[in-house]
Design a binder for this molecule. Structure first.
Ligand SMILES: Cc1ncc(COP(=O)(O)O)c(C=O)c1O
Length: 398
């Protein structure tokens, strides 16, 4: 008799981006055009060469082969605490963010998985808006945690209201989860909204989990994304997730972080001990160096991103035969396609096969998203954006 797979895992869809990448092979042989890959969010520039040289020197250092402590290298936890203190402009003397509030993980997806496993179990509930980041949903499905969805609000650029969350809280709710800047809509949530969400979560005795993978790519990256870390009580409610993948172009190094209060840190430490034990030491060393030395490089990346958003908005302000920019801000644009009656998957596959545009169909970000496509426009240089739009125009008039 054959073994069977856990039905909770079996029921989850195959990894979506891998599915999309298969369409590249299906491109028409006569389609003599280059591929514009705006599917997966991948930094176009590799990490700074100075950073890579420094890590090359470290490779021969003693002790690289050892585990680190579960929560990560002290210098990286300290560096991360200092970095968040600086980007979030935490001026309050106490309690601030300290190394003991930080756990270093093997990427932000792992950070999310550990945090959600620490917070919720079977039949508990978690609230988040549609469209969702598919991995957030997949993991909850595998844990048998119920995700309560807030319907998509295209008129407000996909930004939910505090009431959208409030009316979905019940005795089973353990957390609300938000991503800002958002994947897939690119929308940046205001500090005011994030403050209101904190108050709501605090009152309800649930966690507020904020994924800030794209925090450094907000158009106004010099302003703090929110002021939650200035609150004396943030550790009892707030949990922040971060990734080194986008800010420092370290996707393959697998490095992320959790910032939270002692209860959560203790719980995720148990989970990390049973999974990867610690994030890879070499990646942690690379992360510590990045935080220390890559400030100017990151500012340049953020400035380039702001230029791309401007170019994208200007391009979509032209008549584009029905492709409508619903939301954009950092890294992603969420676009309504003009083909009523065709699913987003059909449209995206056609764009890939015939027009060499690889994007992710809205269907992959939850129910009711068939009219939308996600473009990771940050994968393109500014001067490639008009080419993307002209291909969309060609598709609309096929
Ligand atoms: C919102 C969000 N969180 C987490 C991740 C995963 O980041 P990491 O590569 O650090 O696991 C991504 C990657 O696209 C993302 O968009």
């Amino acid at each position: 008799v054959k073994y069977s797979v856990n039905p909770l895992v079996d029921a989850v869809n195959a990894p979506p981006i891998a599915n999309v990448h298969r369409w590249v092979q299906e491109r028409r042989p006569d389609a003599n055009i280059s591929l514009l890959d705006v599917a997966q969010a991948v930094p176009i520039d590799p990490p700074d060469v100075g950073l890579r040289r420094r890590i090359a020197d470290l490779l021969v250092a003693d002790g690289l082969h050892r585990y680190t402590s579960i929560a990560g290298l002290p210098e990286l936890r300290e560096g991360l605490a200092a970095y968040m203190t600086s980007t979030h402009q935490v001026f309050a003397k106490a309690p601030g963010i300290t190394a003991s509030d930080v756990v270093i993980t093997a990427g932000c997806n792992q950070a999310y998985c550990a945090v959600m496993q620490a917070l919720a179990g079977p039949s508990d509930e978690v609230i988040f808006p549609l469209p969702f980041y598919f991995n957030h949903q997949m993991w909850l499905d595998m844990l048998a945690v119920k995700a309560r969805h807030i319907p998509f609000a295209p008129a407000s650029g996909g930004v939910p209201t505090v009431d959208d969350f409030a009316c979905r809280i019940n005795e089973n709710t353990r957390a609300l989860v938000v991503i800002s800047p958002n994947n897939p809509t690119g929308a940046v949530y205001s500090p005011q909204l994030l403050d209101q969400l904190f108050n709501l979560a605090r009152e309800a005795g649930i966690a507020m989990v904020l994924d800030e993978t794209y925090q450094d790519f907000r158009p106004d990256f010099k302003a703090p994304p929110h002021r939650l870390f200035e609150r004396s009580d943030w550790r009892e409610t707030f949990v922040q997730l971060f990734s080194f993948s986008k800010s420092y172009a370290l996707t393959g190094y697998r490095l992320g972080s959790i910032v939270g209060g002692p209860l959560l840190i203790e719980a995720v430490t148990k989970i990390q001990d049973c999974t990867n034990i610690c994030a890879p030491r070499l990646s942690q060393m690379m992360g510590a160096l990045a935080l220390e030395s890559e400030g100017a490089w990151l500012t340049q990346q953020a400035t380039d991103m702001a230029a791309r958003v401007t170019a994208l908005r200007e391009a979509f302000a032209q008549p584009w035969y029905g492709f409508e920019l619903v939301s954009a801000g950092a890294w992603f644009a969420y676009v309504r396609h003009p083909f009523a009656g065709r699913t987003a998957t059909e449209v995206a596959r056609h764009l890939a096969q015939v027009h060499g545009v690889l994007c992710v169909p809205g269907d992959m970000f939850g129910p009711g998203q068939e009219a939308y496509l996600r473009f990771a426009f940050a994968n393109l240089k500014v001067d490639e954006i008009p080419e993307l739009l002209s291909r969309l125009r060609a598709a609309a008039t096929d």
